[in-house]
Ligand binder design. Structure first.
Ligand code: UDP
Length: 328
């Protein structure tokens, strides 16, 4: 079903991040007025600088863990502000907890005042190291609250809980997307995630670091597919969580091999210790997204990885090799 949402005003938090910036582009393309918000601790203005000349775009440099004020009307709020990689959780654990909990509470309050529909970015991390495979939305998860990922996982679980509470208690229109591993242009080369880590290593001529024996699995979704799923969910009337991801599952060892082949690097794989609580397997069950949103991913991994590699290759040298560049 085609919706015309031109002229609607949308607040996107985490607007300068990987997913937030792609959402800004999508809602601009739909003719919306887009208010981007970001505190820029993990986001980068370079992801949205092309939007600053647009009249329908405005940007607030703000931390949503503090009271959020936006003048004027809002039709939709999409809460995508959060660190989202294990390296970030270790570096900024308290901010990670706050943006998912206090930040979500502030934005739910804002949504109520504005009469806006609120969509929150939840995650496959709510399933923890899953004992059910593939993961469907009825699975409650297997999370270690005090492990290194606990600050993210529990903030996101709290986020879902408070969002449902605002839905049932206040009658707020809410949507919950559970995002599985996603990749594409505008990922941070240094965010520690497998794909940018491997591609960054290929660019710098370093060995490819596979954690553990590489038998753990993930299922990678190209960003354009994810954005389409989120867009459809926002405009649906479905308030329960929906998994959005690509069920095409692969071991991390095979994934590293694919990247070695794609990039043509002659570096070898080196094995490093598996981080604590690293999930052994992950694959979304997308039956619900198919049934309710008529959505499924379209971009094959080979194509998505090629596009992502093209993007990383265009980055300036000081982004790819910061330390060596600075010491020149
Ligand atoms: N990983 C790896 N080498 C790296 C970075 C990550 O082998 O340099 C592994 C990591 O341990 C995990 C998988 O790749 O098993 C996916 O990691 P990512 O951080 O991309 O996502 P997440 O673990 O949050 O799903």
């Amino acid at each position: 079903m085609k919706h015309d949402i031109s002229g609607k005003r949308v607040l996107i938090t985490g607007a300068a991040g990987f997913l937030g910036s792609h959402l800004c582009d999508r809602f601009m393309a739909e003719g919306c007025y887009v208010v981007g918000m970001d505190n820029l601790i993990t986001g980068s203005l370079s992801n949205i600088e092309h939007l600053f000349k647009e009249e329908r775009f405005e940007f607030y440099h703000h931390d949503v863990s503090k009271f959020v004020f936006v003048p004027g009307e809002l039709d939709y709020i999409l809460h995508f502000a959060s660190p989202a990689s294990p390296i970030d959780y270790l570096k900024i654990p308290i901010q990670t907890l706050k943006v998912g909990s206090l930040g979500t509470h502030n934005l739910l309050g804002l949504a109520r005042v504005k009469g806006a529909r609120m969509l929150i970015a939840s995650t496959s991390e709510v399933y923890g190291d899953p004992t059910v495979h593939p993961q469907n939305e009825d699975y409650w998860g297997n999370v270690n609250p005090i492990g290194p990922r606990g600050v993210y996982d529990e903030a996101k679980r709290f986020q879902e809980a408070i969002t449902m509470a605002y839905h049932t208690f206040h009658g707020l229109e809410t949507r919950i997307v559970r995002i599985f591993n996603t990749y594409g242009p505008r990922m941070r080369l240094n965010d520690g995630r497998a794909l940018p880590a491997f591609m960054g290593q290929a660019l710098r001529g370093e060995d490819i670091t596979v954690f553990g024996d590489g038998s753990q699995t993930r299922s990678f979704c190209y960003v354009d597919d994810l954005i389409e799923g989120i867009y459809r969910l926002l405009l649906s009337d479905y308030a329960l969580p929906v998994n959005i991801g690509n069920p095409d599952e692969i071991t991390i060892g095979e994934f590293a091999e694919e990247i070695i082949k794609l990039t043509g690097t002659d570096q070898k794989i080196v094995y490093k210790p598996l981080p604590q609580d690293d999930p052994k397997q992950r694959q979304p069950d997308i039956t619900r997204a198919k049934a309710i949103l008529g959505w499924e991913p379209k971009v094959a991994r080979a194509e998505g990885m090629r596009k992502t590699w093209e993007y990383f290759k265009t980055l300036p040298e000081w982004v790819i090799t910061p330390r060596e560049f600075n010491s020149k």
